[in-house]
Design a protein around this ligand. Structure first.
Ligand SMILES: Cc1ncc(COP(=O)(O)O)c(C=O)c1O
Length: 414
């Protein structure tokens, strides 16, 4: 007898830095019937997705397509396709995901040089540029938006400096794509990895990437087509240090996403439907309008938090607009507050990692989760739960401050 019930998930308000709530339009797109991956109706969708991704990344790059797998799959694909044994890589680390870049580059045999700053800080761009001149790496790999600390690293000077010094600049924009400016061409970034489950409001399971011809050249030199599908011409061309991963080999993926349509993996069709619909929503809203929306809801949340009498972890100009970190008040059990928020209100907020574990809460306001009703709900619930935990607060002030932000805004609030 089958005792397993049909899935019946509780309704949640997800206010973490990812995964976040998925737009219902995306969920509907995911139930579209499956097509074969070489069906012209599907390959047309692949081409459209590439075109829409170029717009989201603000680039004219030929290559903009998703890697199947979570965001780190995109990071692995770029790093393992570019890095050869012994290549020097400079990684400025200001939170957990800088360590992830290091971990992946290390596993690919790179000669790693790191710079570290305290969690909650970011780097002065000139400091990184000086280090690039000193270390002379092949690659600088850096996170744009650190979800672990709620900080955003400016890149507009680092990209051009890398170009001038003939260094490749590879950027983790997993948290920022679709939520704030990621100007791939203007900032002269060579490869950029985005995430689906954050500001794009698509489930986790694909990582959109883009890269330019500087990266393509390296990949092409290392190209090796797998035997079962290679032609004689491909065999003539075997290279010294082929890309070690088959799954993440960008040279083969280019042949799959490009006009050759060479078979590689079996496409995650439903995820592509989801991504296509997710970025269609982004472009329909408009990039500028979407970034303004994220800023507005961030302001309402921040004003509400402060008026309530709580303290921001990083009330600084480099605060990441879509992640708000709050110092857990002394004497309050942070995990107990999160549990009560979930159990009593169905709201999920996040804790943090490493040196910040147990010290801050992180509230995400990303993509479809970044809505007025969610911001007001999380403020109201947090106040109620904190009162229950004996915290001393400015009772009633938080929601009023947030409502005022909305009232005086010129934006039409959703
Ligand atoms: C900035 C950043 N980079 C990379 C990742 C890794 O993404 P994933 O867990 O989807 O592999 C995350 C996930 O939260 C992230 O926030």
């Amino acid at each position: 007898m089958n005792t397993f019930h049909e899935i019946n998930t509780p309704l949640r308000t997800i206010m973490t830095p990812g995964p976040v709530e998925v737009d219902p339009r995306v969920l509907r797109a995911m139930s579209t019937p499956i097509l074969g991956q070489f069906d012209p109706a599907f390959t047309q969708m692949m081409n459209e997705t590439m075109e829409m991704l170029r717009r989201v990344f603000q680039t004219k790059n030929k290559w903009a397509f998703p890697i199947d797998g979570t965001s780190r799959a995109g990071i692995e694909a770029v790093l393992c396709s570019v890095l050869e044994q012994g290549d020097r890589v400079l990684i400025p680390i200001y939170g957990r995901f800088g360590h992830l870049l290091t971990e992946i580059a290390e596993r690919n045999g790179a000669d790693i040089h790191i710079m570290e700053c305290e969690w909650g800080e970011v780097f002065d761009q000139e400091e990184i540029i000086s280090e690039i001149k000193r270390v002379k790496p092949k690659v600088v790999a850096i996170v744009h938006g650190e979800t672990s600390t709620g900080c955003i690293q400016p890149l507009d000077k680092i990209g051009p400096a890398c170009r001038e010094l003939d260094v490749l600049c590879i950027v983790d924009a997993v948290a920022t794509i679709g939520g704030t400016e990621v100007k791939v061409d203007e900032w002269q970034l060579d490869a950029v990895i985005g995430g689906t489950q954050k500001c794009l409001s698509v489930p986790s399971g694909m990582a959109p990437i883009t890269y330019n011809e500087r990266i393509e050249q390296i990949i092409t030199v290392r190209k090796k087509v797998e035997k079962g599908i290679a032609t004689e011409h491909d065999f003539l061309d075997v290279k010294q240090q082929p890309i070690r991963s088959n799954y993440f080999d960008l040279s083969q993926l280019q042949d799959y996403w490009g006009p050759r349509r060479l078979n590689h993996h079996t496409e995650a069709t439903s995820m592509l439907y989801a991504l296509r619909e997710g970025i269609r929503i982004v472009l329909q809203e408009g990039l500028k309008e979407r970034f303004e929306r994220h800023r507005l809801h961030e302001k309402a949340l921040v004003e509400g938090i402060k008026a309530m009498g709580l303290e921001l972890f990083n009330d600084v100009p480099w605060k990441l607009p879509m992640v708000t970190c709050i110092n857990i008040p002394v004497g309050i059990d942070g995990d107990s507050v999160r549990t009560m928020l979930l159990q009593q209100f169905g709201i999920e907020i996040a804790s943090s990692f490493g040196p910040l574990h147990g010290k801050i809460w992180r509230i995400g306001s990303m993509g479809y989760s970044c809505r007025k009703e969610n911001i007001l709900f999380v403020l109201a619930a947090l106040e109620a739960v904190l009162i229950r935990h004996g915290a001393s607060l400015q009772v009633g002030k938080g929601l009023q401050a947030a409502l005022t932000v909305y009232e005086v805004s010129h934006l039409v609030v959703k």
